[in-house]
Design a protein around this ligand. Structure first.
Ligand SMILES: Nc1nc2c(ncn2[C@@H]2O[C@H](COP(=O)(O)OP(=O)(O)O)[C@@H](O)[C@H]2O)c(=O)[nH]1
Ligand SMILES: *[C@@H]1O[C@H](CO)[C@@H](O)[C@H](O)[C@H]1NC(C)=O
Ligand SMILES: *[C@@H]1O[C@H](CO)[C@@H](O)[C@H](O)[C@H]1NC(C)=O
Ligand SMILES: *[C@@H]1O[C@H](CO)[C@@H](O)[C@H](O)[C@H]1NC(C)=O
Length: 459
């Protein structure tokens, strides 16, 4: 972002329109003071313009990084002095979340302004659910101010159907673009992300990221290393090893064009498998740079938090204004995990498997904070009545989404969101091994509530 700040300084000192907060503003110390005498003093005076005379525009104010209101073609709204990054995503909500947060992180490494797409239906959510934008769920104002970088959404750039559109997949303008695919070498197609691409109105051709960006050389590795991707897509003097004559991987689906990767708007099919290079699926570990630097600063919008507090009060039979006592959230991932018994931890187990872990969390909260837990909230994607009977038998609470009519009133995306936001309010958390829905819930409890979490392996 350094270059962009400098640009603002120049504008600021000529028009006196913008001022930067003192910590962000580089002083023009590099201008040699010898032989300039009075000129340098004049510069100092300019730098110290009284705050009342200037309009405060933070450098991360994202409206500065598009030319104006959303346009029919995204390309007509990009600034010719700015570089951008975007990606699509696939699978369930949390898988998409991880992909998009990984993309924002790669934007930070490459001085590129992230353009965040909405969540779009794939597994778990039907096409009819339509899209839901990132900023409707997460507080981007807070994220921009915390990271001190601009972050755009696609809806800021291109005129797109809104979240309430019933068929948001027919963009008026379909634009050609060359993108990168992180797909492993044994596959000849990019990750489809069909609903994203249809919604955004883009028709990408793909070039596979160079072999050296992989965690493990070989044909079957999907994991790509952030710093190596950054070296390849950095706007100035990118690293060119293995870059010359990279073959096109797949031509575009609609127009059959064969564009090489776009230098100004770098785009990836997905970045779910991004890693610093230390480990695969790095969000599992305390050191995860993406979680620590970006993910944990993505707070839910206040309206969603208030809504989940309401659900908690009703589930715990509390009055409307009663405060919610410390509780343990328990996420039991079922659904398609039951169809994947060959994968470790993916067979469905009984609710009893979670009892010991819950007891350990209670003990720890008592020992470390003297906190006595008297409420438990279970959430799951299970639709099996026997499962919910077992939960009842343990005296644990759950949201009655049927009685609340969450789906009917709020739409398909909101049922998991109500549950997810409730998880983030817990004092302790027990989830399911290998579920990212659980993992990210646990990490929020750890970092936002100073709690702890444990993931249970189902067998
Ligand atoms: N409402 C609700 N939906 C869930 C729950 N657990 C899983 N799901 C659904 O299943 C999806 C799982 O996909 P994802 O979020 O990527 O997490 P993962 O597959 O568990 O790693 C979620 O996004 C939800 O749509 C739950 O406790 N409550
Ligand atoms: C960049 O855009 C500005 C106005 O938006 C224009 O004045 C300038 O000529 C453009 N520069 C190039 C290199 O196209
Ligand atoms: C977003 O965060 C900002 C600053 O942290 C806060 O003032 C604002 O109320 C939040 N907005 C929402 C919708 O939660
Ligand atoms: C966080 O919890 C630990 C115990 O688990 C406690 O010792 C510490 O004081 C807590 N920190 C804060 C800021 O509350």
């Amino acid at each position: 972002m350094f270059l962009l700040l400098c640009m603002l300084i120049v504008i600021g000192s000529t028009l006196s329109l913008f001022s930067l907060s003192t910590t962000a503003a580089p002083r023009r110390d590099w201008i040699p003071s010898v032989n300039f005498g009075g000129a340098c003093q004049k510069q100092e005076v300019l730098d110290d313009v009284a705050p009342t005379e200037v309009l405060q525009v933070e450098p991360w104010d994202s409206s500065r990084y598009v030319l104006g209101s959303p346009t029919a073609k995204y390309r007509d709204n990009l600034r010719n002095d700015t570089n951008y990054i975007t990606s699509w995503a696939n699978a369930g909500f949390t898988n998409q979340f991880i992909s998009l947060v990984n993309m924002i992180y790669l934007g930070m490494l490459t001085d590129r302004v992230p353009i965040v797409p909405p969540f779009a239906p794939d597994h778990h959510i039907t096409r009819e659910a339509g899209i839901i934008t990132f900023g409707e769920i997460f507080n981007l104002t807070h994220l921009r101010a915390t990271l001190r970088i601009p972050i755009l959404e696609w809806r800021d750039v291109k005129d797109l159907p809104s979240s309430s559109a019933l068929q948001p997949y027919d963009a008026v303008e379909v634009e050609d673009i060359g993108c990168w695919s992180t797909r492993q070498e044994s596959s000849n197609s990019a990750t489809p992300a069909e609903t994203h691409i249809r919604h955004l109105g883009i028709d990408p051709s793909y070039t596979r990221t160079p072999g050296y960006t992989r965690m493990t050389p070989g044909r079957d590795d999907s994991h790509v290393i952030f710093s190596k991707l950054a070296a390849v897509v950095y706007p100035k003097r990118p690293y060119r090893r293995e870059m010359e004559n990279l073959p096109l991987m797949v031509e575009s689906r609609y127009h059959q064009h064969r564009l090489p990767p776009d230098p100004q708007l770098t785009c990836f099919d997905i970045l779910y498998y991004g890693t610093s290079g230390a480990e695969v699926f790095e969000w599992r570990f305390g050191f995860s740079p993406v979680w620590n630097m970006v993910g944990k600063h993505l707070l839910f919008n206040q309206r969603l938090v208030e809504r989940s507090r309401g659900y908690l009060r009703r589930a715990f039979s509390l009055g409307e204004h009663e405060s919610i006592p410390p509780f343990i959230a328990i996420h039991i991932r079922q659904g398609d995990f039951g169809l994947q018994c060959n994968l470790p931890g993916h067979c469905l187990g009984s609710v009893d498997l979670f009892v010991d872990a819950v007891k350990r969390q209670e003990k720890q909260l008592l020992a470390s904070k003297g906190m006595v837990v008297g409420r438990w909230l279970v959430s799951s994607d299970s639709t099996d009545p026997k499962f919910w009977d077992e939960v009842n038998a343990l005296g644990w609470s759950y949201f009655d989404h049927e009685a609340e009519q969450t789906l009917e009133k709020c739409g398909e995306w909101q049922t998991p969101l109500v549950d997810m936001v409730a998880h983030s309010l817990a004092a302790g958390f027990v989830g399911t091994e290998d579920s990212t829905f659980s993992l990210v819930g646990g990490r929020r409890v750890e970092d936002w509530n100073n709690g702890s979490y444990e993931l249970v392996t189902q067998h």
